[in-house]
Design a protein around this ligand. Structure first.
Ligand SMILES: NC(=O)c1ccc[n+]([C@@H]2O[C@H](COP(=O)([O-])OP(=O)(O)OC[C@H]3O[C@@H](n4cnc5c(N)ncnc54)[C@H](O)[C@@H]3O)[C@@H](O)[C@H]2O)c1
Length: 307
């Protein structure tokens, strides 16, 4: 199989490239920056920006499937720059789909996000929940990208697999609450700034469970659009994550300084619960709870010298 991975140099792209390379896929990475992981340096690499449509059309050729991961992955950024998600997520997805259409490539796997559900409180988000009313430009752009993918799939006879993942953690991560806490505690062993009131509660999934979910979601995929949630079975709050990091780093007497409010930033939600029965019916099951995923990620970050 020949695969092209947009955002293949990023956190999730690197892990998926590693898995596909082990399975003898012929992998091409398309990214603005080169891969830094040694194990995937032998893959073909095309340096480029997905906003350059001509370059994208010239690059997405002779492959069986596109794994489309490149996007703005930081939800809070949309408040500072309101066109960022529109460009990096929605427009880049249009360019990928248009390149696939002209080059007759029929299969795409897309990572959306739980942000499409908006702030639904304690309701359980199922794939058929609605109305979908995002509260972040990140969520809005993911939802728009899902719409484009669905329309291209229907109009141009493509197969699309869309995953809506929870927060992903692992050794290679470059953003998110865990990464933020580790970085802050490395700078200051006594005080940890926590965004919000610390009670925001979400699911955290280890990258290995996500890579497995991607593989399961693609198995026997003959639907026009297959849409699945991906999350661990439980939720964990930010205070518990802070304590887990403090314990892991063996620090004592750390004071937590809350910025206040029920969310970490504008566009964040206090909680999100996702139903994953659809993916489980396809044969997927997460191996780790949220806390165990965080502990494993911390160990991996130590080996990768992030901690
Ligand atoms: N990490 C998570 O917790 C999480 C959760 C849900 C969904 N997702 C989605 O998964 C995808 C990958 O996330 P990640 O955590 O690996 O992010 P990341 O920031 O580590 O990787 C994104 C990669 O895309 C590349 N990129 C971005 N815009 C580009 C462009 N215009 N042209 C070419 N390359 C570009 C970046 O250089 C980077 O290497 C994103 O779409 C993200 O929204 C991530």
């Amino acid at each position: 199989m020949r695969a092209l991975i947009t955002g293949g140099s990023g956190f999730i792209g690197t892990a998926v490239t590693q898995r596909l390379s082990k399975k003898n896929f012929d992998v091409t990475i398309f990214d603005k920056r080169p891969p830094c992981d040694k194990s995937i340096k032998s893959c073909k690499y095309i340096e480029g920006d997905l906003l350059d449509l001509e370059k994208v059309k010239a690059s997405i050729v002779d492959v069986d499937i596109v794994y489309h991961f490149a996007a703005n992955a930081d939800i809070s950024m949309g408040f500072q720059n309101t066109s960022l998600d529109l460009q990096m997520t929605t427009m880049s997805t249009y360019n990928v789909l248009e390149a696939m259409r002209v080059n007759d490539i029929r299969s795409i796997l897309f990572l959306s996000g739980s942000g499409v559900y908006g702030n639904i409180g304690n309701k359980i988000a199922r794939e058929d929940s609605g109305p979908l009313l995002p509260v972040s430009l990140y969520g809005a752009s993911k939802l728009a990208a899902e719409g484009l993918i669905s329309a291209f799939a229907s109009m141009f006879n493509m197969h699309a697999t869309i995953l809506r993942p929870a927060n992903i953690v692992g050794g290679g991560q470059t953003h998110g609450v865990l990464f933020d806490f580790v970085r802050k505690l490395k700078r200051d062993h006594q005080r940890l700034e926590v965004l919000g009131n610390g009670q925001q509660k979400k699911s955290y999934l280890h990258i290995d469970d996500l890579v497995e979910a991607i593989e399961v979601a693609l198995t026997n995929q003959n639907e026009s659009v297959r849409l699945v949630n991906v999350a661990s079975a439980d939720l964990i709050d930010v205070n518990c994550i802070a304590q887990t990091v403090i314990d892991f780093l063996n620090l004592k007497d750390v004071s937590l300084a809350y910025t206040g409010g029920i969310v970490g930033w504008i566009g964040d939600v206090p909680t999100i619960r996702m139903d994953t029965s659809k993916l489980r019916e396809l044969g997927w099951k997460p191996q780790l709870t949220s806390k165990a995923a965080i502990q494993k990620a911390l160990s991996e970050m130590t080996s990768a010298k992030v901690v």
